[in-house]
Design a protein around this ligand. Structure first.
Ligand SMILES: Cc1ncc(COP(=O)(O)O)c(C=O)c1O
Length: 374
């Protein structure tokens, strides 16, 4: 069976993790600093803090944005639960926005009509590593005094309008370094905060609500409880693994891109015959080959194809169940039929195996299996 996902680990990650075991094991050690430096020099990402997961980074954003009970947050329903849990945990309500069928990203043209006096923030999600229509979103946010918080879990390495890395465009952004992501530390993530004062707050929240980070830098002579917070910082052992992955940034990106391009070229013909639709990447965003998905003519065809591909030795998957149709979505007053585009396209989407070390033979097997099923 060709698995759907497999992490790419070499002796580089092994060496760094082994080395980290002989050093300071808790968070914010040598390897964490090296990761920040790599992100700064390689990707122009600054003001970043590693976290134990993207879910935790998102939780931090809701605390930092001072999201409170009964606030309303505009978010796509087509996303991972963590995007919404972050602010629902603080008593806020998701206001689900429809997506664009071309990118599966939040439809920026449908945001403004959802804004009320209770709206506090917009959480765009860069699905499949394709960045949302951020200029439009930020323009709306500025006019209505709202925070923009990017769920860039899948978008590490993607760039907006040639200059702006995913996660650095809004007021805050979050990355995931989960095993299934392009660059991994097993479980992990990061928060990026634009405003210097809010960044200082982020350091405190991440360190159990204390100014321990300042203490470690020698900026204060003792540390104390300054705000609410938790333990959101990962061990330096995990940072060592991530450092190895980021050292291999170009290699991993290129290998994934080769797989993505091979699928995309092979399926052009099937798209012309209207057997499937390929992913669309708008001119304002690059993509990072995080995912290769196809949109099939109906949900029945999609479900059937998963079974047929499995019989041919190819593992394919779908996600997400639109959150507004989940039991929790219902509790927030939503029901099936509320977001027809989200529901239809979530039902037709199929994800194919996508990982850096897929061999040419394996890619060909997947392509042939899809062709035979169409
Ligand atoms: C869009 C999105 N947001 C958040 C997350 C959560 O990431 P993590 O597993 O690092 O908490 C994921 C994970 O798949 C995701 O795809």
């Amino acid at each position: 069976m060709i698995p759907f996902n497999k992490a790419s680990i070499t002796k580089i990650e092994n060496e760094y993790v082994f080395d980290a075991l002989s050093k300071k094991l808790c968070g914010d050690g040598e390897y964490t600093r090296k990761v920040y430096n790599s992100f700064l020099t390689k990707l122009q990402v600054k003001n970043m803090l590693l976290t134990t997961s993207c879910s935790h980074a998102l939780d931090m954003t809701a605390i930092l944005a001072d999201i409170k009970k009964d606030d309303e947050i505009i978010v796509p329903s087509y996303t991972f639960v963590s995007t919404v849990n972050a602010f629902a945990l603080r008593g806020a309500k998701p206001v689900f926005c429809e997506i664009e069928k071309e990118t599966m990203n939040i439809d920026a043209n449908k945001i403004e009509e959802l804004i009320t006096s209770k709206t506090k923030a917009i959480y765009p999600v860069h699905y499949a590593g394709v960045i949302c229509d951020m200029d439009k979103i930020i323009d709306i946010a500025r006019r209505h005094n709202l925070m923009v918080i990017e769920d860039a879990a899948q978008a590490v390495g993607s760039v907006y309008k040639g200059n702006y890395p995913a996660g650095t465009i809004g007021d805050m952004g979050c990355y995931s370094f989960h095993e299934t992501k392009n660059y991994s530390m097993g479980e992990g993530g990061a928060i990026i905060v634009k405003d210097k004062e809010i960044f200082k707050q982020a350091e405190i929240i991440r360190e159990k609500g204390t100014d321990r980070s300042q203490f470690i830098r020698g900026e204060v002579d003792k540390y104390t409880w300054k705000a609410i917070g938790s333990s959101f910082l990962p061990s330096d052992i995990l940072a060592a693994m991530l450092y190895g992955q980021i050292e291999r940034f170009d290699e991993i990106m290129q290998k994934r891109m080769n797989v993505w391009n091979a699928y995309n070229d092979a399926f052009e013909e099937l798209e012309k015959k209207e057997k499937l639709i390929r992913p669309y990447v708008p001119e304002y965003s690059t993509h990072n080959a995080h995912m290769y998905y196809i949109i099939l003519p109906t949900k029945e065809v999609r479900d059937d194809m998963i079974i047929k591909l499995r019989e041919k030795g190819v593992q394919s998957v779908f996600h997400y169940m639109p959150l507004h149709t989940s039991p929790m979505g219902e509790k927030f007053g939503y029901k099936e039929g509320n977001l027809p585009i989200t529901e239809e396209y979530a039902g037709r989407l199929l994800r194919l195996p996508m990982w850096a070390d897929l061999s040419e033979d394996e890619v060909l097997t997947v392509i042939n299996a899809v062709r035979e099923c169409c």
